[in-house]
Design a protein around this ligand. Structure first.
Ligand code: ZN
Length: 199
């Protein structure tokens, strides 16, 4: 029997439809919980530990649904819960390792994020223009997708990222392939460059 990695889903209520599709898929093991009230403590480690224990539980991959309302710069939205959910997912606690992070782009966001390719002035090769930034996602995702620490070249290779990104259609056709890939990241050297609370 193949062991599936259990997933926690971080999403905005407006993207509930996609969360339900995942929930209804019998191939996917998930925890049906969302952070819905603030954890009152001034101790940041306690807050992370508490979210880990009470919400993420024994999940090992966090799915982040990237919709129209998941951006750092969306000032009509209160992003504190999805930010905390991702922080706790990235946090390595005493009792539990970090979760892999799989960003799933829902179809209405394809045009905003996947901008095709461009010829690079630096190296002359073609790179994909993937708009993962404050206008599309919270910083907890972008900072661990385009990891800045020690990065000098004009593009990011797969081993230079922690967060993974996938289109909704690709994901739903073969969910556990992407879930497994996200989990495998937790064992790669790039974990040393994870930013839990990016500025
Ligand atoms: Zn280049």
């Amino acid at each position: 029997m193949i062991t599936k990695h259990k997933c926690f889903i971080s999403f905005k209520m407006k993207d509930d439809y996609y969360k339900k599709r995942i929930q209804d898929n019998n191939d996917i093991e998930m925890i049906d919980k969302s952070l819905d009230n603030p954890i009152n403590s001034t101790n940041p480690d306690y807050v992370m530990q508490k979210i880990r224990d009470d919400y993420l539980k024994d999940s090992s991959v966090t799915i982040f649904l990237i919709g129209q309302h998941s951006a750092e710069n969306d000032f009509n939205e209160d992003q504190q819960y999805i930010k905390k959910e991702l922080q706790a997912s990235l946090y390595h606690s005493q009792f539990h390792g970090r979760n892999g992070i799989l960003g799933i782009v829902i179809p209405s966001m394809y045009v905003k994020i996947f901008k095709g390719s461009y010829k690079c002035n630096n190296c002359g090769n073609n790179h994909n223009d993937v708009e993962i930034n404050d206008d599309t996602v919270i910083k907890e995702f972008s900072a661990n997708y385009y990891i800045q620490e020690g990065h000098t070249s004009c593009a990011w290779s797969p081993d230079e990222r922690y967060c993974l990104l996938v289109r909704w259609e690709d994901f739903i056709n073969n969910p556990n392939k992407y879930i497994d890939n996200a989990f495998d990241k937790t064992k790669e050297p790039i974990v040393s460059k994870i930013k839990v609370r990016p500025k």
